[in-house]
Ligand binder design. Structure first.
Ligand code: MEV
Length: 309
């Protein structure tokens, strides 16, 4: 059985979405793939399955598999710990491959189990990454149920209503700092701040409000306004403590070529996302300071089961 899922980039709302605030993300044209075969022992890419190295795969098996041991092969075009959802993509592809052995796989079920896998592995998570890479295109999370509702996910008293959202063909660059940061640790860091500090809770709510304000400009393709809101979201994420000197340098370096730029994903390293008309200039500016730039396209394709028998 073979399944694949795309990468994602969060345009608005990371971290705040963990507390039930709104977020908007899009799927990208980079993918990861998993292939599974029945075997007499569990192996991943030729190595024994170990929690330390294969946490997401192991939790997907625990949640979705009752069959014999499996030989698993993974491949990914998504740099790991880059903020582009490599772990969500592998989790969702793995869940889809496992479920597809017993019949047709439903989007909603893959999204729910993919979220459980991430939650279990990271210690805490929102469904923004896993729902986006399951559905493809654009996804909006809001507390309120809106038009284009897809599914609802609940965990520990927090709930998220997941919606499809139409996002125009944005010209985006993802700038990768090359610094790997653990999502679980960054989420835990913000959580400590959020629990003990009412100012942090205000910042989280402000990120939520700002995310909702981005829906209109996205629909109207108002790039100036989208960029302005991205810049503001970046400042709020910096206040939450998830920036890094390199990310600050990267955002500065692309300012003159872009409408807006912000940390995307968990931060602490990882990546920024840049909205621009000058993708090549942005990539050159990032390279000049030792970062990498990826010209990315929004993907309409979510998870897919490639060769179901
Ligand atoms: C990570 O891509 C996004 C975070 O908001 C964590 C999550 O939502 O699970 C930082």
């Amino acid at each position: 059985m073979e399944a694949s899922a795309p990468a994602k980039v969060i345009l608005f709302g990371e971290h705040a979405v963990v507390y039930g605030e709104p977020a908007i993300a899009v799927a990208l044209n980079l993918r990861s793939r998993v292939r599974i075969f029945e075997s007499n022992e569990y192996r991943v890419n030729g190595y024994p399955l170990e929690r330390k190295y294969h946490g997401y795969i192991l939790n997907a098996i625990k949640l979705c598999w009752r069959g014999p041991p499996l030989e698993i092969f993974t491949e990914s075009e998504i740099p790991s710990s880059s903020g582009m959802g490599s772990s969500a993509s592998i989790s969702v592809a793995m869940v889809a491959a496992l479920l597809s052995t017993t019949g047709k796989v439903k989007e909603k079920e893959v999204a729910r189990l993919g979220f459980e896998v991430e939650y279990e592995t990271q210690g805490r998570a929102s469904p923004i990454d896993t729902s986006t890479v399951t559905h493809g295109k654009g996804v909006l999370i809001d507390r309120q149920k809106r038009e284009n509702f897809l599914w609802r996910i609940e965990k520990n008293g927090i709930y998220w209503n997941i919606h499809h959202v139409d996002v125009p063909r944005l010209k985006l660059v993802v700038g990768f700092s090359g610094i790997k940061a653990s999502t679980g640790e960054m989420v835990a860091k913000v959580r400590r701040f959020y629990q003990w500090n009412s100012f942090a809770r205000d910042v989280v709510r402000e990120i939520g409000r700002l995310t909702l304000r981005a829906i209109g400009p996205l629909e109207n393709e108002d790039y100036e306004e989208i960029g302005e809101l991205m810049n503001r979201n970046h400042k709020l994420l910096t206040i939450l403590g998830v920036s890094h000197p390199m990310l600050r340098k990267m955002v500065e370096s692309v300012k003159r070529y872009s409408y807006g730029a912000k940390i995307t994903g968990a931060g602490g390293g990882g990546s920024i996302v840049v909205l621009t008309d000058e993708q090549d200039e942005v990539i050159k500016a990032l390279q000049a300071i030792g970062a990498q730039g990826y010209k990315v396209e929004i993907s309409n394709k979510g998870f897919s089961v490639e060769n179901q028998n």
